[in-house]
Design a binder for this molecule. Structure first.
Ligand code: NI
Length: 190
């Protein structure tokens, strides 16, 4: 099932997400739905707060980057209760976008490597290192679990220039071809 994606301004996007255990209701279905929603909206990652579950769960598939970035993983990743252990390497700029912030793309500076611990869909523990585009997508999705968005990482000037556009997104004044929940959309008058 394709889920509705929370747009910029939605309070769930600003909460620090909670750890879950294997008793979380309909978890398998939620994971499947998140992948379906991500592919439908042509994303490479999706975090649970974006589909209005304030839990530490994110799905990633960097296959679309394979041609341009050889390090891209050719597998689906499911991360439950992830915690970044350390971020290392040089900072690099990458032009990020976000399904919750449609039609805005900005260069964001982040470190190139990270070590992260997480549980897979069977609740087995892993600690892995990622770099390049894989690290980038993980960092972006991880921010969602911390209540952060990529636009928070821009300079004050850039943020100021985007203010109007972001307000419009929260009101639903944006051209988007997937289902979104706009927190400040005014009721339609007939
Ligand atoms: Ni995002």
């Amino acid at each position: 099932m394709i889920l509705t994606i929370n747009a910029y301004g939605h309070p769930t996007l600003r909460k620090v997400a909670q750890d879950i255990d294997s008793n979380y209701p309909n978890l398998e279905q939620l994971i499947n739905d998140m992948f379906e929603t991500m592919y439908h909206s042509k994303g490479v990652g999706l975090a649970a707060p974006q589909v209005n579950h304030s839990i530490r769960l994110m799905v990633i598939d960097t296959i679309p980057f394979k041609k341009e970035y050889p390090e891209a993983m050719d597998m689906k990743m499911i991360m439950i209760n992830p915690y970044i252990v350390e971020e290392t390497g040089n900072e690099w700029l990458y032009n990020e976008g976000c399904l919750s912030v449609p039609n805005i793309h900005e260069d964001v500076l982040r470190k190139s490597k990270l070590k992260i611990e997480y549980l897979d869909e069977n609740f087995n523990e892993h600690e892995l290192e990622f770099e390049g585009i894989n690290a980038r997508v993980i960092q972006h999705e991880y921010d969602h679990l911390e209540g952060k968005l990529f636009v928070d990482r821009l300079t004050p000037l850039k943020k100021m220039l985007l203010k109007r556009k972001l307000t419009d997104i929260s009101k639903g004044i944006v051209d988007v071809d997937y289902k979104m929940n706009f927190p400040f959309q005014s009721k339609k008058k007939y």
